[in-house]
Design a protein around this ligand. Sequence first.
Ligand SMILES: [Zn+2]
Length: 269
Amino acid sequence: MQTPDQRRQSSCAHPSRARGSHALATRSKGASFKALPFGPALRVQQGRELQQRIQLYFKGDLDLKVTDNRSVIITVKRDPKHKQYHVRLHHLFVDAPAEIVRALALYIAVNEAQASRLLNHYIDANENQIRGVRPHRPIKISTTGRAHDLAEIFHKLNQRYFGDRLRSRITWGRNAGRGQSRRSVRLGSFTLEENLIRIHPGLDQGWIPAAYLEWIVYHEMLHAVHPMHVVNGRRRFHTRAFAEAEQRFELHAEVHAWEQRNLPALLRI
Ligand SMILES: [Zn+2]
């Protein structure tokens, strides 16, 4: 969860509209993308190879580029009349197995639903490549805070809203960058590959109402049950179904109003 910064707050119906995890704020300018691990020449070569593999499964003129841009997973421009297809693919597909390459071909050619589902699973499973995170970082779980207990909150919400069926883990995040004034703050996040909710440690303070913290946790719990979708090559975390589920939070209006009033303080936690 990220918050919109103050300039944007009136135009942003809900802070979680930001892409990805729920965060308060705009992406600061010059959003920090990781340095490219490989030179562009390698991506050109990888693009050519992937193009040849995909082309085994369909006829047409395929123009394919492999990209490092984290927000572009798949984009396809189709001109079926002239059998021309312009495609940009995230490099996570470079080493994809044959069934995924075949699904790419079907998705590119006709946007086939089954292929699309298969690709979504593959993207989920390779999320760490998109984020540029190493997959096997050891995770330290801590739920007991000074003011709030995340395990307690998770348990309560799980019973009330999820039939006690959610099996995600939850932890306070690390202390990086505490107490600075900033344009954005990520209050919570959920990673599918770790099945882990992380909550910003700055929320473990007495002036943060329990209901607000519950709301942040609830939002991240919803990510565990609402799969990410790829729409027009962009990852969509906050779908309409997701927004509807958010409305089920009992104090939805109250916590939203509290957030609006306390945005400057939240940006400094
Ligand atoms: Zn979110």
